[in-house]
Unconditional design. Structure first.
Length: 348
């Protein structure tokens, strides 16, 4: 069974107003925002690139201030907000209040979580979220603890099954996904994970490679790893659960870079410290902070010279980051600047 990847490029065309705005030399506000509600976390994941920062900074966004900014974001054109980290978003004391306010504003809501406390408000999640993605880096207690740093595997499985049952009982449309960072420590346990979840109403299991290893993909592409994926695929063939993967468009050194980072006007991020970031993938880079929502409105921050200056020189070729938004950038480049040999006015 083939591992299918998410295709982000087509999502550009769901928002033609953004393309038109670019054609008119305007500066549209992001369609999607990621919000780190808090830096507090109850796990110690080995793959967390933000771990060193959140271990010393326990910032948590003020509820009333954030609700005001979320309302403003909707007026500026934001259509989707995912609550993520930072730390574990469901540890924010007013998580459900913020979630409901966001939906009431007419904004679609998503959640990335370790799943440790979702049993406390499963009905609210099914009712208010469009999607939820649960990080589960292991298929049994031993491998899970090695990667995520806590002994909560059985608890997380129970929580996923409970959420799945509530979704069915409420006849909800919540898209439930499980994301597994595949490592040498957990590869042999993945079949066990699939066996535990195959009868649930989750929508997909996403097996993701570690993009920061120095083995050149040797482990991911090995016969052993691919044989396990093929076997898992056969197990899932009789279920409605999709087997997905995740990755970047190509390895960065092989990319044919586009001229502009259009992703900036499609997806932004707000950190738990209140910083509005130029790039959601650079939470720990101060030079990408364009303003703080405690100090200024989103409108003023977006118009600030810091933001326009970054827009003038940050491109996919000089930002230095591996980026899954490259798919989006390529799609925008093709739409705004088609090559002459494409004969763009002849669509067939």
């Amino acid at each position: 069974m083939k591992l299918h990847n998410f295709d982000f490029s087509k999502k550009v065309f769901y928002h033609p107003e953004q393309i038109v705005a670019y054609k008119q030399n305007k500066r549209p506000f992001p369609i999607t925002m990621e919000i780190d509600l808090t830096n507090r976390c109850n796990h110690k994941c080995t793959f967390c690139f933000y771990a060193e920062h959140i271990s010393v900074d326990k910032s948590t966004l003020n509820t009333d201030m954030l609700k005001s900014r979320i309302s403003e974001a909707r007026n500026l054109g934001c259509k989707g907000i995912s609550f993520t980290g930072g730390g574990e978003p469901t540890l924010h004391n007013n998580f459900i209040e913020i979630l409901k306010h966001t939906k009431d504003c007419g904004i679609d809501c998503g959640l990335i979580t370790n799943g440790s406390v979702i049993h406390k408000f499963t009905e609210d999640l099914v009712t208010n979220l469009k999607w939820i993605r649960i990080s589960l880096a292991g298929g049994d207690s031993v491998s899970y603890q090695k990667v995520q740093g806590v002994d909560q595997f059985d608890k997380i499985i129970r929580n996923i099954k409970l959420l799945s049952e509530v979704k069915v009982n409420l006849k909800g449309n919540l898209n439930i996904g499980v994301r597994v960072l595949v490592t040498p420590e957990n590869i042999e346990s993945l079949e066990n994970l699939v066996q535990l979840l195959k009868e649930t109403s989750i929508n997909y299991i996403q097996f993701a490679p570690d993009m920061f290893t120095d083995d050149g993909g040797e482990f991911w592409n090995s016969e052993r790893t691919q044989k396990i994926f093929n076997h898992i695929g056969k197990i899932l063939e009789k279920s409605s659960i999709l087997q997905l993967t995740a990755g970047y468009l190509n390895h960065q050194q092989n990319l044919d870079y586009v001229s502009t980072c259009y992703a900036h006007s499609f997806q932004g991020a707000i950190s738990a410290e209140g910083n509005l970031l130029f790039c959601k993938n650079a939470r720990d880079e101060k030079k990408f902070t364009i303003g703080n929502i405690y100090e200024k409105s989103l409108t003023d921050i977006w118009a600030d010279s810091i933001n326009t200056t970054l827009e003038s020189y940050i491109t996919p070729s000089n930002c230095g980051l591996f980026c899954k938004c490259m798919q989006l950038n390529v799609a925008m480049q093709d739409s705004l600047h088609p090559s002459d040999d494409m004969s763009p006015n002849f669509v067939t």
